[in-house]
Design a protein around this ligand. Structure first.
Ligand code: NAD
Ligand code: TYD
Length: 345
C-alpha cells in the first residue's frame, strides 16, 4: 500500500512529531499534512520552521481532548498519527492529571472522531515503558503491561482504549511501541539533550542514582521510518515494537557525550534517584523487522550527529531553556492563529 494523501499528525510541534512531519514532507510530495498541537510547554513552532509557510501544511492549535477541534482537524484526513502526549516521567511524578487528560481522554476523543469520520488508519504512538522494567528479558508485543510510573500508566490507558476500539468498532488501529528516542528537536528536559547542552554551558550533569539504569536508544529518524512502514504495512489491531537493540547504562551515555565535547568526566554528579525509577526497558522488535524495517543508524554515529545538531542550533535550545521560544511564537504566529489562519502562517 502506498502512503496516504492526507494525514493528521497530533503533537506535531513536539520532538518526534515534528521529526515525523519533516520526514513525511521530504518523502511524500503529494501528501497534505495537518498538525494538531496544543502547544504546551513541550510544543514549539520553531521545530516546524520552514514548513509552516508551506501550503501543504495546515496547523491547528488545540487539544486532542477537545472533540470539536479534533473533528475539524481530522476531517479530510485518510490517516491519523497520534504523537500528542504528556511525556516526561519526572513531571508525571509531580502531577499526573494532565497525563490522564491527554494520554487517555485525548486518545479516546481521537478514536471517537476516527470512527465517525471513517479514517483508513489510526496509528497510536506508544512506548516500551508500558511493559515496565525489565530484568533482562526482552518484551514481546504480547507481554503483559506493567507500568512503573504515572506517565507509562497513562500511555497504557491510551493503548488499551485503542485495542478496545478495534475490538468493538473495528477501528483500523495500529500501535507502535518504541524505545527511547534521541535526535534533533528533543526538549532539553530529557536526558541526552540536557546532558549535551549542560556540557556546552559548562554545567554539571545530574545523573540519577548509581547511573547504571539502562535505556535502548533509537535515533528518531529510525523510529519515523518504522512508524511510516507500520502505517502502510501493519495489520489493524496489531502492536509493533520498535527497538534499536543497543541498550546501555546512562553513565556510559553521559561519558560518551563528555568525550565528544572534550569535557572531563568530573562534570557528572550523582543525585538522588528518581522515584520508582525503571531499571531497564528491553523489547524484541522481530515483528516490525518482518515488515521490512531495520535501523539505519548505530548509536555512536547518531549521537555524534545529535551533538553536532545541538552545537549548530544553539539558538534553538537556548530559546527552549530560557522560555524565549514563547516570545517567538507570540511575535510570529499568535495573532494569525487566533484569527483562525491555519495554512501558510
Ligand atoms: P514531546 O513532549 O516532545 O511532544 C509532545 C507534543 O504533544 C508537544 O508538541 C505538545 O505540545 C503536544 N501536546 C501535549 N498535550 C497535547 C494535547 N492535549 N493536545 C494536542 N497536543 C498536545 O513528546 P515526544 O518525545 O515527541 O513523544 C511523542 C510521542 O512518542 C508520545 O506519545 C510519547 O509517549 C511517545 N514516545 C516517546 C519516546 C521518547 O523517547 N521521546 C519514546 C517512545 C514513545
Ligand atoms: P528520560 O530522558 O527522562 O527518559 P525516560 O525516563 O522516559 O526513559 O531519562 C532517560 C534516563 O536518564 C532515565 O534512566 C533517567 C535518566 N536521567 C538522569 O539520570 N538524569 C536526568 O537529569 C534525566 C532527565 C534523566
Amino acid at each position: 500500500m502506498s502512503f496516504f494523501r492526507s494525514i493528521l499528525v497530533t503533537g506535531g510541534a513536539g520532538f518526534i512529531g515534528s521529526n515525523f512531519v519533516h520526514y513525511v514532507h521530504a518523502r511524500h510530495a503529494g501528501c497534505k499534512i495537518t498538525v494538531l498541537d496544543a502547544l504546551t510547554y513541550a510544543g514549539n513552532l520553531e521545530n516546524l520552521a520552514g514548513l509552516l509557510e508551506d501550503k501543504r501544511l495546515k496547523f491547528i492549535k488545540g487539544s486532542i481532548a477537545d472533540a470539536p477541534t479534533v473533528r475539524e482537524a481530522m476531517t479530510g484526513c485518510e490517516a491519523v498519527f497520534n504523537f500528542a502526549a504528556e511525556t516526561h516521567v519526572d513531571r508525571s511524578i509531580q502531577e499526573a492529571g494532565t497525563f490522564i487528560e491527554t494520554d487517555v481522554l485525548g486518545t479516546y476523543t481521537l478514536l471517537r472522531a476516527a470512527c465517525d469520520i471513517g479514517v483508513e488508519k489510526f496509528v497510536q504512538i506508544s512506548t516500551d515503558e508500558v511493559y515496565g522494567s525489565s530484568s533482562g528479558e526482552h518484551f514481546e508485543e504480547t507481554s503483559p503491561l506493567k507500568p512503573g510510573n504515572p506517565y507509562s500508566a497513562s500511555k497504557c490507558g491510551g493503548d488499551l482504549m485503542c485495542q478496545a476500539f478495534f475490538n468493538t468498532f473495528q477501528a483500523p488501529v495500529v500501535i507502535t511501541r518504541s524505545s527511547n528516542n534521541f535526535g534533533p528537536y528533543q526538549h532539553v528536559e530529557k536526558f541526552i539533550p540536557l546532558f549535551i547542552t549542560n556540557t556546552i554551558e559548562g554545567k554539571e550533569l545530574p545523573l540519577y542514582g548509581d547511573g547504571k539504569h539502562e535505556r535502548d536508544w533509537i535515533y528518531v529518524e529510525d523510529n519515523c521510518a518504522a512508524v511510516e512502514l507500520v502505517s502502510t504495512r501493519g495489520r489493524s489491531g496489531e502492536i509493533y515494537n520498535i527497538a534499536a537493540g543497543e541498550s546501555r547504562p546512562n553513565i556510559e551515555v553521559a561519558e560518551t557525550i563528555l568525550e565528544l565535547l572534550g569535557a572531563p568526566k568530573s562534570r557528572i554528579v550523582f543525585i538522588e534517584d528518581r522515584k520508582g525509577h525503571d531499571r531497564a526497558y528491553l523489547m524484541d522488535s522481530t515483528k516490525t523487522e518482518a515488515l521490512g524495517w531495520s535501523r539505519r543508524y548505530d548509536f555512536r554515529g547518531a549521537l555524534e550527529n545529535t551533538v553536532e545538531w545541538y552545537r549548530s542550533n544553539d539558538t534553538w535550545w537556548r530559546h527552549v531553556k530560557s522560555g524565549a521560544f514563547r516570545k517567538y511564537y507570540d511575535k510570529h504566529y499568535k495573532e494569525k492563529l487566533e484569527k483562525g489562519k491555519t495554512r501558510g502562517i
